[in-house]
Design a protein around this ligand. Structure first.
Ligand SMILES: NC(=O)c1ccc[n+]([C@@H]2O[C@H](COP(=O)([O-])OP(=O)(O)OC[C@H]3O[C@@H](n4cnc5c(N)ncnc54)[C@H](O)[C@@H]3O)[C@@H](O)[C@H]2O)c1
Length: 603
């Protein structure tokens, strides 16, 4: 006799009153979830985002000229405009005791903030984002005044990326900080495993001067979003602007109801940086030169503080002959001269296919001829401003002179201007070779060093022939070639047919290899890096199955304890089903063995 058809069974099940009740229950639950989601979205959309206002920093009246080198080690830092060398104001150079007191306050704030909700953290970032968008001009003019760069370079190189960071953290940050399910494996099949991301407490950040707004807000936004407090040692070169940015963050903290000492700055010279590196911190982010990075790591090692090192770079830009050269040259010039070349991930070595080498150089030189440089906030519009670090223009010049003395062709620039201010002109050097200092040393200035190549392998070899490994760029109209070459480059980041995109995409980690440092900051990895990664394991169905220490392994252990564990290994990990089954029998035998019945008597 034929049994009921599957369809018949389904109909019976569907018509059963219990099924009806269950479907209703599930539908009501789903409606409830939808309703909750809608309410949440509406609340977020219509949330009032307070506007904050911060007075612009005042500039010293009748400002005197500053000789920056004569003040290193003083208890106050004279802040000056590198275009005019005129004093802007002074800030205190903090000592170790003051730095430690700042860190203590941060720990108090961290205890409160770690309990904050993601909505609170998002509100804080929303306030900062609103301030940034509404005060673009002010933020960038303050950066220009203090660091010497032109306003467009500040807008392009620091403000845009900071806004992108706020936006990414608000929209995706929570997703990556929520507990993440993991598989429990073979033997732990009855367990539920997950990773939880808890705040580390207080993050320390020691930052350089090249992008004062971005360098500050970048670690601040990620640290507070991950539930931490943060103390930032700002650069002695840009402490004037940092005070304005700090004031904005303070106002945002107050408006968001966050503890006032959640974010603090430390001003000072190396002593203050070293004090921060020695302090009790959950994590230390160092962004700066390779030489100082090594010292910072040594200091942090005394407390075993985990460190992220974001150090120097000397990025290659490989340009193949099949590229639209009129499109590639503007990229190359921006990579070399953005912010006077003071970019960790700027282009320093241009490796150009021999077939387009002359044309590339000609087009680049013709454009540079039309470029102007001078006071960023002066009466004339200029393309490039001043260099922020005292003595950097002279260092750049000595690298150019060394290259020229060894046979490089100076096509344009390359002269130390005889004028007030820390300036260096946009410079192009052709036929650079690897015996020149400029081939291996970070320039951090407006110099485009160009070399030709014939074969793909040669381009890769030239690019990798470098102690640094931060970013890299490949231009080829054949994406497969660009991808293949990119994959061979020793670098933490590769932009294909573009420049700076890995810096703009905030979901991506930022960082390098070799002398460019290690670990990552920014992106998912950087955000999670500001957390204690905690593994948690618990029972899936505690009412069905939990772990019991098998009698054979209970102290004092039984003589067949070893055999029992071996049988378990055989049962779970043998490659064949037959062996696994044998393992099961052996486990059963061991379990039924008289000596496993809980007796402590040794056989
Ligand atoms: N990889 C990146 O993300 C990145 C970004 C920007 C700049 N940089 C690098 O930064 C460098 C330029 O910046 P810089 O001149 O400010 O670098 P730097 O290493 O001289 O100084 C960086 C910071 O470290 C502090 N410091 C100095 N000595 C210290 C010590 N002994 N202990 C602790 N802190 C100390 C400084 O006061 C400053 O705040 C370049 O090499 C550039 O490539 C890297």
């Amino acid at each position: 006799m034929a049994g009921p058809s599957p369809r018949g069974v389904l109909e019976v099940v569907l018509r059963a009153p219990v099924t009806y009740v269950m479907i209703q229950f599930v539908a009501v639950y789903l409606l409830y979830l939808l309703f909750r989601w809608l309410i949440h979205r509406l609340r977020v959309w219509f949330e009032h985002v307070p506007a904050i206002s911060v007075p612009l920093p005042t500039e010293a009246q009748n400002a005197v000229k500053v000789d920056p080198k004569s003040h290193v080690g003083d208890r106050t830092i004279p802040c000056y405009d590198p275009s005019t060398m005129r004093l802007l104001g002074t800030v205190p150079a903090m000592n170790t005791k003051e730095v430690n007191a700042t860190v203590d306050e941060a720990w108090k704030a961290a205890k409160i903030w770690k309990r904050s909700t993601f909505d609170q953290r998002r509100l804080l970032l929303k306030i900062l984002q609103k301030f940034t968008v509404e005060h673009q001009e002010d933020i960038c003019r303050v950066s220009a005044r203090d660091s010497g760069k032109v306003v467009v370079d500040a807008l392009f190189g620091e403000l845009m990326v900071t806004c992108e960071k706020f936006a990414w953290l608000r929209s995706e940050g929570e997703k990556y900080l929520r507990p993440e399910k993991r598989s429990a494996g073979v033997m732990m099949f009855y367990k539920s495993a997950r990773v939880e991301y808890h705040p580390v407490g207080v993050v320390g950040a020691i930052i350089p001067w090249n992008y004062p707004f971005h360098n500050f807000l970048n670690p601040v936004s990620a640290a507070v979003f991950a539930g931490n407090a943060i103390v930032v040692k700002v650069s002695e070169q840009t402490s004037w602007s940092s005070q304005y940015y700090m004031a904005a963050v303070k106002a945002a903290l107050a408006a968001a109801g966050a503890p006032p000492n959640l974010v603090q700055i430390v001003t000072g010279y190396a002593e203050a940086g070293s004090a921060l590196a020695s302090a009790k911190l959950g994590k230390l982010i160092f962004v700066g030169s390779t030489a100082v990075g090594k010292k910072v790591m040594e200091t942090a090692a005394k407390r075993l503080t985990p460190v992220v090192l974001e150090l120097g770079g000397k990025d290659p830009v490989i340009i193949f002959d099949n590229i639209n050269i009129a499109k590639a040259v503007p990229f190359a010039l921006r990579a070399a001269f953005q912010s006077c070349g003071q970019n960790c991930a700027g282009g320093e070595r241009f490796i150009v296919h021999a077939r387009i080498y002359d044309k590339f150089l000609h087009m680049a030189v013709e454009t540079v001829k039309r470029m102007t440089f001078g006071e960023a906030l002066g009466s004339d519009r200029v393309d490039m401003g001043a260099m922020c670090l005292p003595g950097l223009a002279e260092k750049v010049h000595s690298l150019v002179q060394d290259a020229v003395s060894k046979g490089a062709k100076l096509l344009i620039g390359g002269e130390l201007p005889q004028r007030e201010g820390q300036f260096y002109p946009p410079t192009i050097l052709a036929d650079v070779t690897n015996d020149m200092k400029i081939w291996t040393e970070e320039v951090f200035g407006p110099v485009m060093a160009v070399v030709p190549f014939d074969e793909e392998e040669e381009a890769v070899h030239l690019a990798n022939d470098c102690p640094f490994g931060l970013g890299s760029n490949v231009f080829s109209s054949q994406y497969s070639v660009a991808r293949r070459v990119g994959a061979c480059l020793d670098a933490g980041m590769t932009n294909i047919n573009d420049f700076g995109t890995t810096y703009m995409c905030q979901s991506l980690p930022f960082g390098g290899i070799k002398d460019s440092g290690f670990d990552r900051f920014a992106g998912v990895e950087g955000l999670r890096g500001l957390c204690v990664t905690k593994s948690v394991c618990e029972d899936w169905w505690p009412f069905l199955m939990t772990t019991n220490i098998p009698p054979a392994l209970q102290y004092p252990v039984k003589p067949h304890a070893g055999a029992f564990v071996q049988a378990l290994v055989k049962m779970f990990y043998s490659l064949g089903w037959k062996e696994r089954f044998q393992g099961l029998i052996e486990v059963a035998k061991c379990s039924l063995s008289p000596s496993s019945a809980g007796s402590s008597k040794k056989e």
